[in-house]
Design a protein around this ligand. Sequence first.
Ligand SMILES: Nc1nc2c(ncn2[C@@H]2O[C@H](COP(=O)(O)OP(=O)(O)O)[C@@H](O)[C@H]2O)c(=O)[nH]1
Ligand SMILES: [Mg+2]
Length: 332
Amino acid sequence: MAECTQENCTVADTGTCLLNNEPASCPNCKSIDSIIASDGDIDKLIQPLATPLESTRFPLSYTLSADKMSQMMGQRYCQVIGIVGAPDAGKTAAIVSLYLLAANAKLKGYTYAHSYSLMALNEISQGARRWNEGEIPDQLTLHTELGDERSAGFLHLRLRRLDRDHVVDFFLPDVPGEWTTALIDSARADRLEFLQRSDVIWMMVDGKTLTEHSTRRQATHRTKLLIQRLADLLTDPPPIILVITRHDVSTPPEATISAFKQEGLECGLKISVAFIASFADAGTVEPGFGISELLTASLGGSGEPPCYWPEKTKALENLRSIMRYTYPAEES
Ligand SMILES: Nc1nc2c(ncn2[C@@H]2O[C@H](COP(=O)(O)OP(=O)(O)O)[C@@H](O)[C@H]2O)c(=O)[nH]1
Ligand SMILES: [Mg+2]
C-alpha cells in the first residue's frame, strides 16, 4: 500500500501513478510503512471518522420536546391539550387511563392509531414517573439529548375517531402539580407558557377534596384562585374544561360547580365541566368513566376534521389553527 503527496494522484486506490512512475521508486509516493515509521501517527491512517461525542439514541422515545412537536405540527394538525392541576389532582392518572383504554380497545368512539411516545406512555402507566418523590424539572421540555426520563414533556397519541372516520393527533403534557401550585401561590407562570398555544385546557381538580367537609372550602378557594390566575395568564384563552376527577368516590355539590363557572364568566373565561374516574375504587362507575366524552368535548362541537386553512366562512372560529401554523416555533 502507498500514499501519494501529488495532488489528484490515485495511486493509493488504483495502483497507477499519475506521472506513470513506478510506485516503489516515485519520489512523491510514500509507502504506508514509511509514513508510520516517520510520523508514528497510526491513528490518522486507520480512523476515517471521528468518534461521536455522544452515543446515538432512538428518536421520539420518551416525551417529545417542543421542537419535535413544532416539527410534527408543521406536517399535520395536532390538538394540544394544556393540563393544569395541583399535585394529586389526577393529571397523570387521566393520561394513563386514556392510554390504557385506547390500548385495550375500550375507548368509546375511538381506536388507537399510533403514538410517537409509546415509551413515555408505558413509563407513566407503570408508575415509573413520580414528580412528587423525585426531582421536579424546571422546564417543560429539556433537550432530548439529555435523555432525562424525568423531564416533563409532551405525550403523543393518534386516535381514529370512529363516527367521523378521521384520525386526530393529541399532544398531552405530563406536568408536575407543583407548577400549578406555584402559579396559584406566587403567580409564577413561565413554565406554563405552553398553555397559550393549547387548543383546550383541562383544569384538573380532585373531586374528593371538593366534596369532603374538611377540605371543601380550601379546595374551592384554590380552584377559584387558579381560574383567576389563568385569566390573567392567557392572552387569547382557549376553551377551558374543568375536569373533576375521582368521580368513582365523589360528586361535588352542584352549587360549587356553578360557582366555578360564574367565577370564569367574571374573569372572561368560558368554562365547561367534565367528570371523570380514571380509576374506579368504589365500583359504582366503570374505570375510565368520562374519558372519551372529555376527548370529544376537547375537539369542539363542529366534528369537522381539523385543518390548517379553513374556508373563509369558518375563518373566525378557526383562527387559532392558523395562528399556530404561522408561528409554530415561537416557544423554545
Ligand atoms: N379512585 C380514583 N383514584 C384516582 C383517580 N385519579 C387519580 N387517582 C389516584 O390519585 C393519586 C394521584 O393521582 P395522580 O394522577 O398521580 O395525580 P397528579 O399529581 O395530578 O398527576 C394516584 O394514586 C391515583 O391512583 C380517580 O379518578 N379515581
Ligand atoms: Mg402527575
